[in-house]
Ligand binder design. Structure first.
Ligand SMILES: C[C@H](O)[C@@H](O)[C@@H](O)[C@H](O)C(=O)O
Ligand SMILES: [Mg+2]
Length: 434
């Protein structure tokens, strides 16, 4: 790998006009245009590495600038010099002595770090000719742990404990892989219940999703209380009471209102309540969880970093860890989060959808099943049925389950024609609208 040199970098401001059809809308994010700062690493070997971070439209240009700045830590390096010490590499990105002031480890600069780190893992997996889940699960625990930054989390999870988790998970791996290949990894769909969808559309989409074999559904809430219940009852009428329904408020409420509203929505028997309040309010989540014990609390898509997850887990403030593949510093930081979740015996149900998040997180959950938590119980990966046609190797869903990807890499490469068409503002999809 030492002979593979990263010779070039490009980053594209990519935006899809999803807000025109209310795709992705929720109580807070009313008009998302699913977007990405999309990074490509070029090498002297003809291979490329791809990584993106998900954004909602305006502001993608800021992440693009941050990625350009951070690319100095990647370009003109051999891949081997990075993979030899992946923790040192991620620290170069997160610990730039001046740039760090803009975070640290949160916001625009962390989103950019996530895209770049994921691009390096994509390249690494392509060089090894393995899908990312397999690269991760084939790595020796000792080597894998070299990618984890234990600083700020070793009071809750020591490197020795993490190694113990990985060592114990080695037994039965072959059987689990066979099972995974047979059944796929369970998933849920959010596509039926975006905030801006009409009753007729929700009914039709539930109907279609049931016919496709879906058993877990998520509905956006956070609007007028009576209206939320009405929409929830519509979904229940369509999917019945044995299928699972989750509700997502996207941070709409203060803690006291969240307690009231979660109690009201308990009538719908939600499998979880997602992001009831501000994503930084750890003690607020703990209080909601404590005061409405009938409903499990889920959060994570806006959790900045491993340190936040550590505290959520320590404070018993959540029941479901919804890690995000590129909100945090890519694969490295997600390894830490998976290990923390395993230590605290808490299920991980990754946030996905957007653009490329499904393609990404399938690898993390499958690795988690094979090599960390060793279970799929109470675990589902989010699925959102938009924009997959732009990917070179899109996800495969069968009967409400993600099928195991077999192509080398992190599944995140976008077709060149889509990059041209949706590049902002010059792409054809945007011309005349910038
Ligand atoms: C703006 C986005 O579509 C969000 O609504 C979405 O990511 C959501 O929170 C989810 O859980 O899928
Ligand atoms: Mg959500």
């Amino acid at each position: 790998m030492n002979e593979i040199l990263i010779t070039g970098f490009r980053v594209i401001d990519l935006r899809f006009p999803t807000s025109r059809e209310h795709i992705g809308s929720d109580a807070v994010n009313k008009d998302p245009d699913y977007s990405a700062a999309y990074c490509v690493l070029e090498t002297n070997a003809g291979l490329t590495g791809h990584g993106l971070t998900f954004t909602l439209g305006r502001g993608t240009d800021l992440v693009v600038q941050a990625a350009k700045y951070l690319s100095r830590y990647v370009v003109n390096r051999s891949l081997g010099s990075i993979t030899d010490d992946l923790c040192a590499f991620s620290r170069q990105l997160t610990e730039d002595t001046q740039f760090r002031w803009l975070g640290p480890e949160k916001g625009v600069i962390h989103l950019a770090a996530g895209a770049l780190i994921n691009a390096v893992w994509d390249l690494y997996a392509r060089v090894e000719k393995k899908p990312l889940w397999q690269l991760l699960s084939d790595l020796e625990p000792r080597h894998l742990l070299k990618a984890v930054d234990f600083r700020y989390i070793d009071d809750a999870l020591s490197p020795d404990e993490a190694r113990e988790i990985l060592e114990q998970a080695r037994s039965g791996k072959a059987d689990r892989l066979a099972r995974l290949k047979e059944t796929g990894y369970p998933a849920y769909t959010t596509s039926v219940g975006w905030f801006g969808y009409s009753e007729e559309k929700i009914r039709r989409l539930c109907h279609e999703a049931l016919a496709e074999g879906w058993t877990h559904f998520k509905l956006k809430v956070g609007g007028d209380p009576a209206e939320d219940l009405r929409r929830g009852r519509i979904v229940r009428e369509e999917i019945g009471w044995t299928n699972k329904l989750m509700v997502d408020a996207n941070q709409k409420w203060g803690v006291l209102e969240a307690i009231d509203r979660t109690r009201q929505l308990a009538e719908l028997k939600p499998w979880w309540m997602e992001e009831p309040t501000n994503p930084d309010d750890i003690l607020g989540h703990a209080r909601i969880r404590h005061e409405v014990p009938a409903v499990r609390i889920a959060t994570g898509e806006h959790c900045h970093n491993r340190v936040m997850f550590k505290q959520f887990l320590q404070a018993k403030a959540l029941d479901v860890v919804q890690l995000d593949s590129c909100r945090v510093a890519g694969v490295n930081e997600n390894l830490a989060i998976l290990l923390l979740a395993a230590k605290f015996n808490t299920p991980v149900c990754p946030h996905a959808g957007g653009v490329g998040l499904c393609e990404y997180v399938q690898h993390l959950s499958m690795f988690d099943f094979l090599s960390v938590s060793t279970t799929m119980e109470d675990r589902v990966i989010e699925f959102v049925d938009h924009l997959h046609e732009h990917f070179v190797t899109p996800v495969h869903i069968r009967n409400g389950h993600y099928q195991v990807p077999s192509e080398a890499g992190y599944s995140i490469e976008i077709r060149e024609e889509s990059l041209n068409r949706f590049a902002y503002p010059q792409g054809e999809a945007w011309s005349g609208q910038a």
